[in-house]
Design a protein around this ligand. Structure first.
Ligand SMILES: [Zn+2]
Length: 68
């Protein structure tokens, strides 16, 4: 199974990277604690580089333009 998951924040919709074994993570965009069991899994990747490439593609496709 791919070790890195790409998830969508349940509150702000931002894309988050998480390791497969992780149970919770704080969203870097809005700061809420996300239960990774409940978060929407968008994709999975073999490594951090692949994951960032997938996120770039997702943002391009959906016009996601979050400004920090
Ligand atoms: Zn968020």
């Amino acid at each position: 199974m791919a070790p890195i998951l790409i998830l969508k924040c349940t509150k702000c919709g931002g894309y988050i990277l998480a390791k497969h074994a992780q149970k919770a993570k704080v969203c870097p965009y809005c700061g809420i604690k996300i239960n990774l069991q409940k978060a929407i899994r968008v994709a999975a990747a073999e490594n951090a580089f692949d994951a960032s490439e997938i996120i770039k593609r997702l943002k391009a496709e959906k016009g996601f333009n979050h400004k920090p």
